[in-house]
Design a binder for this molecule. Structure first.
Ligand code: BES
Ligand code: ZN
Length: 890
């Protein structure tokens, strides 16, 4: 630790930030090791809101006491952000013993315990960052995680200060007929002048980031749930009272069912019961994230609430169920037990992602869910782990915490906890989580607290395992199998690659589920779990007269990259015989990855290339013809590895070459299996109606069939797609048909895009799809097209969903984002520069695609870097974008 870096602030500085700035503008580096308890406790807060769209007045009354666990200090340091105090009183007396230190308000307090009252005034309509209290479509709502509460009032805005909240809000009844906050509503009233008020009380102590308030003209889908102990909970899903497109209220039923399923599942699986009389969800159309777990009042992006068959795809339905579950599960993993500081974010997010994954698996197909989750991990988290933004699931430092809501903290965090579950088994794991909830209820805990509870409750030794919390980077495991004298010997070795700030790594414990298949019978004698703990280790298995076929990392038991020395024949064998659906799918993927990477590196001659294709074609034909597979699983097996994942497999990636090679294989498969894909499309068209799993599966393979045919026989595919579009009785079919058409050079493309727009104009979520479809399409003029879409009257930088729908899919396109001219990179840099002053959090999320330059061929890499440098040179950048850009350039 650098002792020269003492904060130049009043005594008792509670902040963890203390780095000396490198450049005058460099925001401070916050370090995990500098954590200090806050010198004060704030057991009770009372907030009084006088609501208005352009002027809201907040009177906050805090009961403040010295924290015996903190350093003694007479200064109460309260965080603020773009606010000024209008009035400050201590124990009822106006005071002048306060000062501002940057954004913070410092008040000197003489005694042990005081009542501190602060009045602030804010303009919610002018709040384009969508953090704190802001206006959306005439309603007022809040987003406080991670540091938004300080935009409302001065407060110790850190997760280890827990308070009970009483909230009173008052405003014009006509504009804000519905007034909601955390907990349960305890009183309401009205005045003759048309104002009314409501008072809410949340009995559970919580940090400020879980505070929420919503006021507006809302309507409610009401229901109820009886908990395991027999208490009745009133459920409400609130949406804007509008009649546009038939109104949103009718689209809340799936979300409501998901809430009830989630409540029941958490009781059964984790023994967790809901703890208030009310559980409300509000859908908001301007929202930076997916959804937020505020205690008793979850606030959701409309995208994760609203669904009906006409406007939402099967994927949307699944995502809603998952996100509803996720936010609900936070009630225990996040709210009842919260985080001590933001470095512990994975404590709540990693664990809650695991909980939502298990929930979705239980509600749908377990293997399909696992395959999908691993696909996301590999296409988003693996690139993060191998790039300039790599960090451990428990980071050591940050400048802007919003930048650390990452796939590493979330998805790898979930994988790390899943490994503990795999090693302990579900029953013992449950003993561990029971102990965790029981021993930390009402506390702000750390990842270490969690690991210790699992260790004790489940009876595991997690000493070496803690490295998963501190080391970044995806371990690479090399695997080979020798056979001699009845014995198969498995040779494993691991390396953890260097990452920024971590040049040397230690070996980690890597639990690998495996099975050894008899080549003749296609069977194995039971699965085993081996844990690789050293850099190199061998494991012997006797009783094999002939060399078996190895199936390893089954179910993706560890989040590692496996490099296995096996023949194509063994992969073909596993693609046919493996009884672990994940491992079967994996064998298919490996077969394809190996072929494409071989072709791209130029190591395949014509004959080898043809042989590779034939092997893949045979495996695909087997999948198409396998009557024992359900269509949801068949659909997974037919998905080709994505371009980002393929780039990760190459030392230096050539985006255009990867794209062409992959499209080439798609076209070859489409041609070779054309009749089968046509037949599949026909069968699936008959079967794909309704909401059953079988119908969902049929729609999934129908989309696949169409995509392969589009690559092989565009004319035929265009006809099929247009017919599918016209006949569609659901959004899944309509969207997939339109997706295929947008990539084909046919007049139908223009017709159907127009039709889609006219049919759904005014429905923001569907118009988002209209933007996404076009910006991710195989359209050869993608660059011009995306520029034109940015000028469309429906495009706006003010709505994060709209921004993401146009530009996020675009960052994954070879012919657009990675256009050789660099024009795609410029488009994204322009977006970042234009969005940063309005909404830094959303702007910063577009930096990582440009940050991947090191993995791209030198010509494009230079163009990507040049755009990062252009952004870095902007006269004024937010902390969010600044941090991401400077880390990406280092
Ligand atoms: N706590 C987060 C919401 C959040 C994220 C607030 C970032 C502030 C900054 C919430 O629980 C969450 O994780 N939401 C996810 C969806 C979830 C299903 C992974 C999101 O918003 O993307
Ligand atoms: Zn979460």
């Amino acid at each position: 630790m650098d002792i020269a870096r003492t904060p130049a602030t009043p005594d008792g500085n509670p902040e963890m930030a203390d780095a000396a700035p490198v450049k005058p503008t460099e925001p401070p580096l916050i370090r995990r090791e500098d954590y200090k308890p806050y010198p004060w406790r704030v057991p009770e807060v009372s907030l009084d809101f006088t609501l208005g769209l352009t002027k809201t007045r907040i009177r906050s009354t805090m009961l403040v006491e010295r924290n015996p666990a903190g350093e003694a200090s007479s200064v109460l340091r309260l965080n603020g952000d773009e606010i000024t105090p209008v009035e400050i009183t201590v124990d009822g007396q106006a005071i002048n013993s306060w000062s501002m230190d940057g954004d913070d308000l410092c008040v000197t307090l003489p005694g042990e315990s005081h009542e501190v009252q602060i009045v602030t005034e804010i303009d919610p309509a002018a709040n384009s960052k969508l953090m704190g209290l802001y206006a959306s479509n005439g309603m007022l709502c809040t987003q406080c995680e991670a540091e938004g509460f300080r935009r409302i009032t001065f407060f110790p805005d850190r997760p280890d200060v827990l308070s009970t909240y009483r909230v009173r809000m008052e405003g014009p009844r006509d504009r804000f007929p519905i007034l909601l906050s955390n907990g349960d509503r305890v009183a309401t009233g009205e005045a003759a002048d048309g104002t009314h008020w409501a008072e809410w009380h949340d009995p559970w102590p919580k940090p400020s980031y879980l505070f929420a308030l919503v006021a507006g003209d809302l309507v409610c889908n009401r229901d109820s749930f009886t908990t395991m102990s027999g208490r009745q909970v009133e459920l409400g899903i609130w949406v804007r009272a509008t009649n546009e497109n038939g109104g949103d209220l009718a689209r809340t039923e799936h979300a409501m069912q998901s809430v009830k399923h989630a409540m029941k599942w958490d009781e059964e699986t984790f023994g967790r019961e809901y703890d208030l009389d009310t559980f409300n969800i509000v859908a908001v159309s301007d929202f930076n994230m997916g959804a937020m777990e505020n205690k008793g009042l979850n606030v959701f992006n409309t995208k994760y609430v609203l669904a009906d068959v006409e406007t939402a795809t099967d994927g949307d339905y699944d995502a809603i169920e998952g996100v509803i579950g996720h936010e609900y599960f936070h009630n225990w993993s996040g709210d009842r037990v919260t985080c001590r500081d933001w470095f512990q974010l994975s404590l709540k997010e990693g664990f809650t992602v695991l909980r939502d994954q298990l929930f979705s698996a239980a509600m749908n197909s377990e293997p399909v869910k696992r395959i999908e989750d691993v696909r996301v991990l590999r296409s988003v988290q693996f690139p993060e782990d191998s790039g300039p933004l790599a960090h451990p699931i428990r980071p050591d430092s940050y400048r802007e915490i919003s930048n650390f809501y990452t796939a590493t903290v979330y998805n790898k965090g979930a994988e790390v906890i899943r490994m503990m579950r795999t090693m302990a088994g579900p029953e013992r794991f449950r003993k561990g989580t029971d102990l965790y909830f029981a021993s930390h209820d009402g506390e702000a805990a750390t990842c270490e607290d969690f690991v210790r509870s699992i260790e004790q409750g489940a009876g595991l030794d997690l000493g070496q395992f803690r490295l998963w919390y501190s080391q970044a980077g995806t371990p690479k495991v090399s695997v080979s199998l020798d056979h001699a004298n009845d014995t198969a010997t498995l040779n494993l070795s691991q390396t953890v690659p260097p990452t920024p700030g971590q040049p040397d790594k230690k070996p980690m414990p890597i639990p690998l589920r495996l099975a050894l298949f008899d080549r003749k019978t296609g069977k194995h004698h039971g699965e085993q779990l081996v844990t690789l703990t050293e850099a190199q280790q061998s494991f012997s298995f006797s009783g094999f007269a002939e060399a078996p076929v190895l199936s390893i990392n089954r179910g993706f038991s560890a989040p590692v990259a496996i490099d296995r020395a096996v023949s194509n024949d063994d992969l073909v064998f596993l693609a046919q015989h493996d009884d672990d659906p994940f491992a079967r799918c994996e064998a298919m993927q490996d077969l394809v990855v190996r072929h494409l990477c071989g072709a791209l590196s130029g190591s395949l001659d014509d004959r080898a290339r043809e042989q590779g294709r034939q092997a893949i074609g045979a495996a695909f034909a087997a999948v198409l013809g396998d009557g024992s597979l359900d269509d949801l699983m068949r659909g997974e097996l037919l998905i080709l590895p994505g371009e980002t994942y393929l780039s990760e497999q190459m030392l230096v990636a050539e985006p255009a070459a990867i794209h062409d090679e992959r499209e080439g294989l798609k076209a070859w498969l489409g041609t070779t299996l054309e009749a089968r894909f046509v037949a599949l499309h026909e069968r699936a068209t008959a079967a794909g109606h309704g909401t059953s799993a079988a119908a969902k599966g049929a729609r999934k393979v129908k989309t696949q069939a169409l995509a392969y045919l589009a690559a092989a026989a565009p004319g035929r595919a265009a006809g099929l797609a247009a017919a599918q579009y016209d006949a569609a009785d659901n959004m899944t079919d309509r969207q997939s048909a339109l997706m295929v058409l947008t990539g084909l050079d046919t007049p139908e493309r223009t017709h159907k895009l127009l039709d889609f727009y006219d049919r759904f104009k005014g429905n923001a979520l569907v118009i988002d799809k209209w933007f996404s479809l076009q910006s991710s399409s195989l359209n050869p003029n993608l660059l011009e097209h995306v520029k034109a879409l940015a000028e469309h009257p429906d495009f706006t930088l003010k709505n994060p969903n709209r921004v993401r729908s146009l530009y996020m899919p675009f960052t994954g396109t070879a012919q657009g984002f990675h256009a050789a001219s660099g024009e795609g990179y410029r488009i994204i840099a322009d977006l970042i520069l234009a969005l940063d002053p309005l909404n830094p959090q959303t702007a910063a999320r577009f930096v990582p695609p440009l940050g991947r330059w090191r993995r791209i061929e030198p010509g494009r890499a230079a163009l990507m870097r040049a755009q990062l440098e252009r952004i870095a040179a902007a006269p004024k950048l937010s902390r969010d974008t600044h941090e991401q850009v400077s880390r990406s350039l280092d």
